[in-house]
Design a protein. Structure first.
Length: 708
């Protein structure tokens, strides 16, 4: 650093006295944010320090430089003009004042920039890490900002987490435009190389509108990976410490980076896809990279909402094509007008045969003569033949009916097997859902526990800081009183010593002759300490001495008393200048005050450090629990999917067998119909003798029973 430029201490002192040092009237009238010691709070960077200034007219960031910059005035004039013309939401107005602050060493430039509220990207991620939907939305907005920069042919020059602020409504604002490229600066060349955790090797030699492409790919890929698995931000490789995922050494060769290797072996395919895309980026020279393409990375479709939603699982998709419905009624095919008969002897057929024989016997009795007897015998013969033919047709129909019944029984058995397989699928899915709900409930408990523990840490930190501040106030009051007392005591000691050393005889005062000096010495008035009336102006003579008698006192005229009083004032060290001995006493008192203040400052730092360590430990614990839950859900997904697929395969097989059994049943029914149609004797008997209603009802009941 050039020693001729002001230091941070110089700038802090100058900002503290801004009414006299800042040449911008608007900035000179602002209030500067201060620290616990009521000094201007400075945010230090590599090249400058930044102060926050507020007034009724607005808020500004006042950036004061601690080392020279290459053509800073020309650069910021071109940058400010370009940004004002764009008026983009991601930018803030800037104004370079070449003679902005006047210090004892001279006038120095400062940058007046519209203040941007928000947290830097890394801090925002730590606060909103488990809200995957918001992280995904911020990643999409980052891609939009990068595309807008590409569209107008400019580049930020140092895209990194510290220069990307996220506002309360999740909008992005880019800050720190020192290294920005605009078309008007095409011939100027680079003035910085950017954050090493986001830039490729040799970045300092590259200049142009494409200098942001490499860091844009790195930042967007990191955001996609963290959106799908937030625990990546707390990896053992230092992720989340002044960088997102990748460090400076990873950019030497992205294809062999250990962090990229770990991402490539991740359990989530989306994270593995991010690793592969970043490897592709590493295989291309930085100057040949194409603009950022969000489509090259996995989409955010299906990503969770608030909470650790990256461990969610949708088992509902396994429900597809698993429905099995048992038939409520299944009329057997082929049971038209020829309903199935009982296997036992048909009583209707027996009644028909007996009726024919009775008719023939009656005819032979009533009709007299050989011809009548011959006709009766023929009628009996015809009845017997018909009975034989009917019995044969009945037997054939019974056999076909038995075959159809067996086919129907097999079909029902297969349908029941398919229903059992369907129940198994549903049982597996239901068990998976219950286990998933338990894991998600545990995830919610982890979230709640993490938030409650953080709240407790914040409360302890607040109480510790308040205790330190109260102790500091008490100490300052005590030290102030002590210092006042010691200073007064020191003043009194120095005054007494000075008065005791000032002899009246040595003063040679006007109007005080040797006789008067001897007289005063006789009554005990020898030094300035014995002159007790000070610099009063008496209007009549006064008597001084140890007693009240004439021999123990000396009378002084008003003029003589006034001369002695003025002389006493002249020798008082507390009234004329600063006594070096008194200064030494004051310095010793101030030094004694410094140690307790330093101790209190160390206590405050210790409180804050312990709170930060406790928060980080809490985040690590939560990430470990989340990783365990995620692994269990991955295992659950595989187990449920495998079991559901196996049960679905069993169900498909059972359905196929049921379909084959149904085809067999239909073929048996068709054979039954054919047998009934070809039994001419059966049809002839139905035409000759129609069964009564009671027999028909009985037969219909038997048919319905067999169908069931």
């Amino acid at each position: 650093m050039d020693l001729s430029w002001p230091t941070r201490v110089d700038l802090t002192t100058g900002i503290a006295n801004r009414r006299d040092t800042l040449l911008d009237p608007q900035l000179a009238a602002t209030d500067i944010r201060t620290d616990t010691f009521d000094l201007p709070q400075a945010l230090s960077g590599a090249n400058a320090v930044v102060f926050e200034a507020t007034s009724g007219e607005g808020r500004w960031a006042v950036k004061c430089f601690i080392q020279p910059g290459l053509e800073r005035a020309v650069r910021y004039q071109a940058i400010a003009s370009t940004l004002d013309r764009l008026g983009a939401r991601w930018s803030r107005s800037v104004e370079l004042q070449p003679h902005g602050i006047r210090l004892p060493s001279g006038e120095w430039p400062l940058l007046k920039m519209e203040w941007a509220d928000g947290d830097d990207l890394l801090e925002w991620l730590r606060s909103n890490l488990w809200d995957q939907a918001r992280v995904a939305a911020v990643a999409a907005r980052f891609a939009t900002v990068v595309s807008e920069l590409e569209a107008v042919g400019i580049a930020h020059g140092d895209l990194q987490h510290g220069n990307i602020l996220v506002t309360e409504d999740d909008e992005l604002v880019l800050v720190d435009y020192d290294g920005m490229y605009v078309p008007a600066l095409a011939a100027a060349g680079p003035c910085e190389s950017g954050h090493p955790a986001y830039q490729p090797p040799g970045r300092s030699a590259v200049w142009g509108p494409t200098i942001d492409r490499y860091s844009a790919w790195i930042i967007y890929g990191s955001l996609v990976a963290v959106a799908w698995d937030p625990s990546l931000l707390f990896g053992p490789d230092g992720a989340g410490d002044d960088r997102l995922l990748l460090g400076e050494r990873d950019h030497v060769d992205l294809t062999s980076s250990p962090i990229i290797e770990s991402l490539a072996a991740h359990r989530l395919p989306t994270v593995r896809a991010v690793a592969e895309q970043l490897r592709t980026v590493g295989r291309v020279a930085a100057e040949d990279l194409r603009p950022l393409d969000p489509g090259a990375f996995p989409s955010f479709e299906g990503i969770g909402g608030p909470g650790m939603a990256f461990i969610d699982i949708d088992l509902g998709q396994l429900d597809a094509d698993v429905e099995v419905t048992l038939p409520t009624s299944d009329p057997s095919p082929g049971t038209g007008s020829h309903g199935p008969l009982a296997v036992e002897a048909d009583p209707w057929l027996l009644r028909l045969t007996l009726r024919l024989v009775a008719v023939a016997a009656a005819a032979s009795v009533l009709v007299v003569g050989p011809l009548a007897l011959l006709g009766g015998a023929a009628l009996i013969s015809v009845a017997g033949s018909l009975s034989y033919l009917a019995s044969r047709a009945h037997r054939d129909l019974a056999q076909e009916r038995m075959a159809r019944r067996e086919a129907a029984s097999r079909r029902v058995t297969c349908v029941q097997a398919a229903a059992a397989a369907d129940a198994k699928v549903r049982g597996t899915l239901e068990a998976g859902r219950r286990e998933r709900d338990e894991l998600l409930a545990r995830r919610a408990d982890v979230r709640r526990w993490c938030e409650e523990a953080k709240a407790a840490i914040d409360e302890r930190e607040r109480a510790g800081i308040e205790e330190v501040l109260a102790s500091r106030r008490d100490l300052l009051i005590r030290l102030r009183d002590q210092a006042t007392h010691e200073v007064l005591a020191a003043q009194q000691r120095r005054q007494a010593e000075a008065f005791a050393a000032a002899w009246i005889a040595d003063a040679r005062l006007s109007g005080i002759d040797a006789a008067l000096v001897a007289a005063l010495a006789g009554v005990g008035v020898v030094t300035a300490a014995d002159v007790t009336w000070g610099s009063a102006r008496p209007d009549r003579p006064i008597r001084v001495g140890r007693g009240r008698g004439r021999g123990s006192t000396v009378e002084l005229s008003p003029a003589q008393a006034r001369v002695l009083g003025l002389w006493r004032t002249e020798v008082d060290p507390t009234l004329w200048g600063t006594d070096p001995a008194l200064l030494r006493d004051q310095l010793e008192t101030a030094s004694a005050m410094t140690d307790p203040l330093i101790e209190l400052a160390e206590r405050e730092t210790d409180v804050r450090t312990k709170a930060a360590a406790a928060r980080r430990h809490l985040d690590v614990e939560a990430a470990r629990d989340v990783a365990e839950i995620s692994a269990r859900i991955d295992e659950l997904r595989v187990r449920v999917t495998t079991a559901a697929q196996s049960a679905a395969q069993d169900r498909t097989t059972a359905r196929a067998v049921a379909a084959a059994a149904r085809r067999t049943e239909r073929e048996a029914g068709a054979a039954f119909d054919r047998a009934g149609a070809h039994g001419w004797s059966w049809w002839m008997l139905r035409l000759l003798w129609k069964p009564d209603d009671e027999s028909a009802q009985q037969r219909d009941g038997e048919n319905q029973h067999e169908e069931v």
